[in-house]
Design a binder for this molecule. Structure first.
Ligand SMILES: [Zn+2]
Length: 315
């Protein structure tokens, strides 16, 4: 029997296979070793964690980090509900090449303090872009009036899970102001990951996001948190080369799958697997410009940005 990590107690212990199947995520020695490495952004390999946890990297890492941050004990969060919520959210991630629970776990590892939103930021991602949903008149585009349909769906689905019948609201006991703050900041943070808002947020960030975080007004603090989550969303740029290459291949495959659907629907094909040269070139430009811009002015966003700065400096 393997050593396991009990999501509810947070303790390493030896437990039965039946318990593993119901309420806990199994952790063997490899997983334990990998989790201890989460603070070392340059060497952490989220694919290894996914493999070692039987594709449950998000719930394992999420619980480990929330517990380790002291947040669970400080706010007296309901651990049992939190554990079940994490597993429910993880199960809601589709098996996309890129926008999967493994991607969310990678982003989570890059955003310690923004944990809840990193965990949920791509929840139930359909594996296609907002443009595709709008042009194909997808139901999500209709529901959200063509406005960030994917990101709106992530937030809305997350709160539906939280407020649902399964009793998963781990912070229900907080006072109404704290709960309102939790909700408002989650909405702003996750909606902020829509790349369409990237350059307007960036220009605000360059003027308002400078200086020490503690000295900034509330709006600017939120902006810094939004930028930190956005940078973490592309933090595989600063991962070890083999991890970064694998993420690039996964993202390319997801784009190609969208191209396949566009071809089948007779739509214009932006990402064509039969013409990969142009695709790779535009992706290279996008990733470099997305990553370079925020990092150039992101002192307040801290170590996440430093990682990308190092990567950009190393070419
Ligand atoms: Zn993402």
């Amino acid at each position: 029997m393997n050593a396991t990590h009990d999501l509810v107690s947070g303790n390493l212990s030896v437990i039965s296979e039946q318990q593993i199947a119901t309420s806990v995520v199994p952790i063997n020695n490899i997983v334990e070793w990998l989790l201890q490495d989460t603070g070392t952004i340059f060497s952490f390999n989220v694919f290894e964690l996914a493999e070692a946890t039987s594709n449950r990297p998000l719930s394992v890492l999420g619980f480990y980090m929330l517990k380790g941050s002291g947040l669970v004990s400080q706010l007296a969060l309901n651990e049992e509900r939190l554990a079940r919520l994490l597993m429910k959210i993880e199960a809601g991630y589709l098996d996309n090449p890129y926008h999967s629970c493994i991607h969310a776990a990678g982003v989570l590892q890059s955003t310690h303090l923004l944990a809840q939103n990193a965990i949920c930021h791509d929840y139930a991602h359909p594996g296609v872009t907002n443009d595709f949903l709008i042009k194909s008149k997808h139901q999500l585009a209709t529901v959200y009036n063509d406005t960030s349909p994917v990101e709106n769906m992530h937030v809305s689905s997350m709160f539906r899970v939280l407020y649902g019948k399964e009793n998963l609201h781990f912070a229900e006991h907080l006072n109404v102001d704290s709960r309102n703050l939790l909700r408002a900041s989650s909405i702003d943070l996750i909606l902020g990951t829509d790349m369409k808002k990237h350059f307007s947020m960036l220009s605000r960030f360059q003027t308002q996001g400078r200086g020490r975080l503690v000295d900034l007004p509330g709006d600017a603090k939120l902006l810094v948190a939004q930028m930190a989550l956005k940078v973490a969303d592309i933090a595989h740029l600063s991962a070890p080369t083999q991890v970064h290459k694998r993420w690039t291949a996964q993202l390319t495959e997801e784009f190609f799958q969208q191209g396949d659907r566009e071809r089948a629907l007779n739509m214009s094909i932006l990402m064509d697997r039969s013409n990969s040269a142009g695709m790779v070139k535009s992706q290279d430009w996008s990733l470099k410009s997305w990553a370079r811009c925020p990092c150039a002015s992101a002192e307040a966003a801290g170590p996440i940005c430093n990682c990308s700065i190092k990567l950009m400096q190393s070419g």
